[in-house]
Design a protein around this ligand. Structure first.
Ligand code: SAM
Length: 251
């Protein structure tokens, strides 16, 4: 499609949203999260000792009442685009005993809905700033989706809103927000940035805050992701099970 047409479509989506989903759009685009005590930047082999946020600052209930859905469904078309190719492997990690699953990087909700369908008693917290990743800006097919990425995610996942919480912030702040509300995920599925440092930071933060959670993710075929997962595993003595694009850490 011609570049100017794409820009026009993007502008028209934004205007449509503005007029028809004012309730949602009056909310800040990114949940501001202020932490009195930022976690220590120090790293060593005992992550718990270096972390100084309090897990009991707020109750889980406060979290659930803070992050509610808009009452009006955004007026955007559903879009089932996504990169989810790990159904067979992730299916083995999901069950009806899980109560809380965190997904880092949800895009339009393809993997999110799979998790919700196969962990039917779980609440899923989808952490994403819904700004897209670096590679999405470089490709016009994905770039065009960014203008209404979050609204389309909401529409795609509308039927699950009773047990899905979109947490619109960075992965690191989202994990801290979950932690200070005394919430402990059974599983964290990692599929946000593919940048080496970002993946390593995501993994270190997950392990600092939730040392006993199951950690798995996407994009084993990306060199940067694989290197970060391998370096993390070797530093904290995890073994890795990988199959196609899927990876999982094990103690
Ligand atoms: C590859 S997409 C996720 C794909 C999705 N899981 C699926 O299967 O279709 C990566 C997502 O991570 C989000 N993202 C990237 N870096 C992030 C960060 N530092 N914090 C929060 N979200 C981030 C992007 O906005 C994007 O929606």
């Amino acid at each position: 499609m011609h570049k100017i047409s794409k820009i026009l479509i993007s502008i028209s989506f934004t205007i449509t949203n503005f007029f028809y989903a004012e309730e949602y759009l009056t909310k800040p685009p990114i949940v501001p999260i202020y932490l009195d005590e930022p976690p220590s930047r120090k790293t060593n082999n005992n992550p718990i000792e270096t972390f100084n946020l309090s897990a009991n600052t707020y109750s889980p209930q406060e979290f659930y009442t803070k992050y509610t859905w808009p009452t009006i469904k955004p007026r955007v078309e559903p879009d089932d685009h996504g990169w989810f190719v790990n159904a067979a492997q992730l299916r083995l990690l999901l069950n009806n005993k899980q109560l809380l699953i965190v997904e880092l990087g949800s895009w339009l909700g393809s993997s999110t809905r799979f998790i919700l369908n196969h962990a039917q008693n779980a609440t899923v917290i989808a952490v994403d700033h819904w700004l897209g990743s670096t590679e999405h800006y470089a490709d016009s097919e994905f770039h065009i989706k960014l203008a209404t990425l979050y609204e389309t995610f909401l529409v795609n996942c509308w039927d699950y809103k009773h047990r899905l919480i979109p947490l619109r912030t960075t992965t690191l702040q989202g994990l801290e927000e979950i932690y200070i509300h005394n919430l402990h995920p059974d599983l964290v599925y990692v599929d946000a940035s593919h940048d080496y440092d970002a993946v390593l930071s995501d993994l270190e933060k997950i392990y600092q805050l939730f040392p006993s959670t199951v950690i798995a993710g996407d994009d084993w075929m990306w060199n940067s992701v694989r290197a970060a997962v391998c370096d993390f595993a070797s530093k904290y003595e995890f073994s890795i099970q990988a199959s196609k694009n899927f990876w999982q850490l094990q103690k």
